[in-house]
Every structure is written in C-alpha cells, then in structure tokens.
Design a protein around this ligand. Structure first.
Ligand code: SF4
Length: 122
C-alpha cells in the first residue's frame, strides 16, 4: 500500500498496488477499505476514497469507502478474528474464485477435497 496525499490539509487516501488486472471479486475493495479504516484510526481523519492500481492494465480504480463497504469489511475482520481465536480454518472448497487466488499453490483445494472425500468414504 502507498498513501496518496492531496491538498493543503493533507487529504489522505490508500492506494493498493496489484500486479495483475481487476478480477470479478470484491476482495481488493475490502482490502483498500481495511487500509482506510486503519488510516482513520491512526489520523483521526475520515477517509472517503481509496484506489486500486492494476499494473497489468495500467488502470487505477476508485474505491468509495461507503457505509456498505465499511460494514462488509468490519464483518470480514470480525470473521477473521474468530478464525484466529479458534484456530479453526474452514475446509477449502474449489470454486471459480480459486482460479485467481494467490494461495492456490499452498491451498490446493481440489486435492484437499479429494482427500476429504476419500477420508469420508473409508
Ligand atoms: S485456493 Fe483456497 S484460499 Fe484460495 S479461494 Fe480457493 S479455497 Fe480459498
């Protein structure tokens, strides 16, 4: 993440850099919103926008830090905190999302599902 700064009063906004191009999921927006929430906590200033820069397509996408996005981001943060507290990782399920996931090589969801099916059958 980098910080953008604009104007005399230091209007701050997060800029998240991605190597690829925009995908069809909203995780990048959630990441920018989480960064905006951190900035708000650090500076005490309200952050209304952020950006995601996609290096492959050389495009910068505006992310409006709306109330809906804030609620979704906070719900995601809470869910992650529960995962961390319980230590229970949900089982991996292969879906369309997996095709662009940076954790695919570590997660191997198709192999994990095969192992699970094998264990259930035996
Ligand atoms: S590869 Fe694993 S972590 Fe990534 S989206 Fe698929 S199931 Fe989730």
């Amino acid at each position: 993440m980098r910080l953008g700064r604009c104007g005399r009063f230091g209007w701050l906004y997060p800029v998240e850099y991605k190597r690829g191009r925009k995908g069809e999921w909203d995780n990048d927006e959630l990441q920018v919103c989480a960064q905006a929430l951190c900035l708000e906590e650090m500076t005490g200033k309200s952050i209304a926008t952020g950006y995601v820069y996609y290096a492959q397509s050389h495009q910068r996408q505006l992310v409006e830090i709306s109330e809906g996005l804030r609620r979704e981001t906070i719900a995601t943060i809470n869910a992650i905190q529960i995962l961390l507290q319980t230590g229970k990782i949900p089982p991996a399920h292969y879906s369309k999302r997996c095709q662009g996931c940076s954790l695919y090589q570590q997660c191997l969801p198709q192999a994990a599902e095969k192992v699970l099916r094998y264990q259930e059958a035996n």
